[in-house]
Design a protein around this ligand. Structure first.
Ligand SMILES: C[S@@+](CC[C@H](N)C(=O)[O-])C[C@H]1O[C@@H](n2cnc3c(N)ncnc32)[C@H](O)[C@@H]1O
Length: 341
């Protein structure tokens, strides 16, 4: 690690100390040798294998613990490959210069592929994840301006208005209540800060087929499901290739099979199995529309909403305090401005 990197890391540790809060009583925490503790209520939050723990177990996210430990680096960019960077840009609309030097929260960081991009662009990132994926992210990004925590989006250990940016990619639809999970986040944005979420699309009605299969597959042991997919995914991949080679009816037929039995068709065979496992293993998987998500953003008082290149990604900004908030407070119930006496 260079001197500049280690200075930056100690800056992140100092920032963390000022913003970290007890999830039970919301009081500031004190640093100890093996984690943090709350002097007000006495709760302790240990650091184990490089990860601060705010939950005792991975709860319903155990399939993700397995998935990200098994595929720890498959989607991590490295020299000569920038697939996650392209995905990050398409799902968030972020540009490197806007994240540079900013403090960013990655909600549901998984094994850290998007935090890898954000830190490469010069951001300081705190990544939280309910599953043991947080450990994988900590290992993958050990030389970066990055802190990993095992924590629940519904109970985050931060003071309000801590972050310049918050993003959550492919996560909130895997919680029991996506809207509630989203609405918990804007409080942690600084005024003027931006939030982006990317969720599965509710417009694709073909997903109804896989929703039926998932009722069974999410109950299978993750190891059994993984073993089955290692056979099923190549089968459907080669079936797809074979059908496409047929004249005239080949392509429509391949499309029909793909919609009824969705299996990932990525060029990399490992990504195909990983992504299909990710689709069929989670206990919760909701789908959403722009109408719904825009309403959530508006309900939270966010402004300047925009959509990302890949649906459905929505971005919004927390208003700066001052005139904008005052003007919001002076609207009457019908939305018309109230005259000041
Ligand atoms: C599909 S993965 C996406 C990971 C990462 N954002 C990416 O795209 O590579 C979903 C992640 O959400 C996490 N997750 C699910 N429920 C969560 C919760 N309540 N709090 C925090 N993370 C959660 C899972 O553990 C899992 O790592």
């Amino acid at each position: 690690m260079t001197e500049a990197e280690s200075q930056s890391q100690s800056r992140l540790s100092a920032e963390l100390l000022s913003m970290i809060r007890c999830i039970a009583c919301r009081e500031p925490l004190k640093r100890q040798d093996d984690g943090y503790s709350c002097s007000a209520c006495g709760r302790r939050f240990p650091e184990v294998r490089g990860v601060l723990r705010f939950v005792a177990a991975d709860s319903y996210a155990d399939s993700f613990s397995y998935q990200w430990q098994r595929y720890a680096r498959t989607q991590l960019d490295h020299s000569g490959r920038s697939l996650s960077e392209h995905d990050f840009i398409k799902k968030t609309g972020f540009a490197p210069e806007e994240l540079r030097g900013k403090l960013v929260l990655d909600v549901g960081c998984g094994m850290g592929r998007f935090a890898e991009v954000a830190t490469r662009w010069g951001a300081r990132v705190i990544g939280i994840d309910l599953s043991a994926a947080a450990e994988v992210a900590a290992r993958n990004l050990v030389d970066r301006d990055f802190v990993a925590m095992q924590a629940d989006v519904f109970e985050l250990p931060f003071a309000p208005e801590s972050f310049d940016y918050i993003y959550s990619i492919g996560v909130l639809h895997h919680t029991p209540d996506c809207e509630k999970a989203f609405k918990n986040l804007p409080q942690y944005l600084k005024p003027g800060g931006s939030i982006v979420v990317w969720l599965y699309s509710g417009y694709n009605k073909w997903y109804r087929f896989s929703d039926q299969y998932r009722k069974l597959t999410h109950r299978m042991s993750i190891r059994q499901l993984h073993a089955a997919l290692r056979v099923v995914v190549p089968f459907f991949y080669w079936l797809d290739r074979g059908l496409r080679a047929l004249p005239l009816v080949g392509r429509p037929l391949a499309g029909l099979v793909h919609h009824v039995f969705p299996v990932n068709r990525h060029p990399d065979p490992e990504v195909r199995v990983l992504d299909t496992l990710d689709w069929y293993s989670p206990k919760y998987q909701s789908k959403h529309t722009y109408e719904e998500v825009f309403r959530w953003f508006e309900n939270c008082g966010l402004e300047a909403m925009s959509v990302a290149e890949i649906s459905i990604g929505v971005r919004g900004r927390k208003p700066l305090t001052g005139p904008q908030n005052e003007s919001q407070e002076t609207l009457n119930a019908t939305g018309a401005p109230v005259e000041r006496g």
